[in-house]
Design a protein around this ligand. Sequence first.
Ligand SMILES: [Zn+2]
Length: 205
Amino acid sequence: MTSNVHSLERVKLPRMQSDRPDRADVEAAFRTIIEWTGDDPERDGLIDTPARLARAFEEFFAGYAQDPIDILQKTFEETEGYDEMIVLRGIRFESHCEHHMAPIIGRAWVAYVPSGRVVGISKLARVVEVYAKRLQIQEKMTAQVANTINDVLKPQGVGVIIKAEHHCMTTRGVHKPESDLVTSRMLGCFRDNPLTRQEFLSMVD
Ligand SMILES: [Zn+2]
């Protein structure tokens, strides 16, 4: 359960708003795809589909408009010196693979041992969400979540485990349903201290 991704690849945020194709361009592209499948984009059932797809894509990829570093800025310092592990377990997410744009459906376990700065727990879920709502590979997403928490909170350590089903291999390609991919990224005390790592792993089901 190790990730091969060792450095945070800062996502180059997309081009300026003004350079982006507009909604009409996107809807035209979806109409072309429908025609290419062999169907008629003008028939009743499909006439509004390009517009619906454009809205769905806005939702699937909303993470490009959000900065995960901002989400972690507000921290609590009055924690009576709390320095034990904090774990948010089984955070459900939906993402899309960057190779096929097929869904990746999974859960994330996010843990850290603070060093003074503690963040609201919903913020950990939001960081997962922001990275999920971009085109992804699971290994990269795992590293991005861990590295961002590590960079912003500067804790004693961070552990992230993600388990997910990839629809590009369950519903197409090799067609292997019920297989899931497990990735992990351990930093600081989670990497160096076997007891900390073990404590975290015991909380992952
Ligand atoms: Zn794929």
